[in-house]
Design a protein around this ligand. Structure first.
Ligand code: SF4
Ligand code: SF4
Length: 340
């Protein structure tokens, strides 16, 4: 284990940002955001950034390729490949787990080469939480924020940050700053981890009734009369899907640039009325059906295809951001047998 004094942190960031961008949480008037590091930028120890770290592997919009059509000839230009190395510092355990969930979508056949390139070029430095928020419920999904994962894990204590690598990429990052770091005793962050685990025990939504969300109850859950009342307040604004680290729906469109055609993709939302519109019509005509789809996917369909893993990491962003205070916790409690 290595450590660095907090007052030398900018030296570490200077080193890690040499020759490649380093992104880290920065305080903004609208809350914490992941921004590029440069001299004078201060790391903000905020619990959750407004938008999740997902953006760095699956950005909100990206150009996929350009092509030209002349008569019957189509000239395809080389697709843009996101092959720039980068370091992402300050990822919490919940967002780190979201990468595993996204990998199962984008890295299984057919592999998404855009996502894959970013995953291969990004080094993730996770940071253990210290004071979880009342909206946090990562432990309901078996996530331990005191063991945050990633390529390199970091535990911030009062005067020092402690580091342990989890992968060769994390080890290489640590080695690149070896002269700035000092040896540390593995036991030194233990008191902080224990204090965090005690705080987690006191969180109001640390447990969720998830045992009823199994594949064998799929039809019963799908046909539940509770969807109607639950969905009644939903505005279909899509905020919950855009802040969610595990949502992965997107749309692909072409537009005429005047010199050819550009194909791009952008995030989409199952909460939007046009999301499932296709040639034969739209199979989800009501907000209730769209609302049900989002939560059935996270709590039933995804786990049914992924060894029981739920497609939620308990980050709490949707609890904090939904304009009508509707969220996955209320849905899980209502469908799981508890009133919210
Ligand atoms: S649940 Fe809330 S955030 Fe999500 S679409 Fe409905 S109103 Fe918007
Ligand atoms: S559903 Fe809500 S709590 Fe779960 S991962 Fe998405 S934003 Fe976070």
């Amino acid at each position: 284990m290595k450590r660095i004094a907090k007052d030398r942190l900018s030296q570490l960031f200077d080193r890690w940002s040499q020759g490649r961008p380093l992104y880290l949480p920065v305080s903004t008037p609208a809350g914490a955001e992941l921004k590029p590091y440069q001299a004078g930028v201060t790391y903000c120890e905020a619990l959750n950034t407004n938008r999740s770290a997902k953006d760095f592997f699956f950005p909100q919009t990206e150009n996929m390729m350009d092509f030209k059509v002349e008569g019957k000839t189509i000239e395809v230009k080389e697709p843009v490949r996101p092959e720039e190395d980068f370091v992402l510092f300050g990822v919490r355990a919940c967002d780190a787990r979201s990468f595993e969930l996204l990998d199962r979508v984008f890295l299984t056949d057919p592999v998404d080469s855009y996502y894959k390139a970013r995953r291969e070029h990004g080094v993730v430095v996770t940071v253990s939480c210290r004071r979880p928020a009342e909206t946090c419920f990562c432990t309901a999904f078996g996530i331990d924020p005191a063991a945050p994962g990633g390529d390199l894990a970091c535990w911030p204590e009062d005067d020092f940050l402690y580091f342990t690598p989890n992968t060769p990429a994390g080890e290489a990052l640590l080695q690149s700053a070896a002269d700035l770091l000092e040896e540390a005793d593995e036991q030194q962050p233990e008191a902080g981890k224990q204090a965090l685990r005690e705080r987690l025990q006191k969180l109001p939504i640390r447990d969720l009734p998830l045992s009823s969300f199994s594949e064998d109850k799929l039809l019963e859950l799908f046909n539940s009369e509770k969807w109607g009342p639950l969905a009644e307040s939903c505005l279909g604004c899509g905020t919950c899907t855009f802040v969610c680290p595990t949502c992965q729906c997107y749309d692909i469109q072409d537009y005429d640039t005047g010199h050819g055609v550009r194909r791009f993709r952008c995030w989409d939302s199952c909460m939007y009325s046009e999301f499932t519109r296709c040639a034969h019509g739209n199979p989800r005509l009501t907000q209730k059906e769209r609302f049900r789809q989002r939560f059935m996917h996270k709590l039933v369909y995804y786990p049914a295809n992924n060894e029981g893993l739920f497609s939620c990491v308990g980050c709490g962003r949707c609890l904090a951001k939904c304009p009508v205070s509707m969220n996955i916790v209320k849905v899980a409690k209502a469908l799981g047998g508890e009133e919210s």
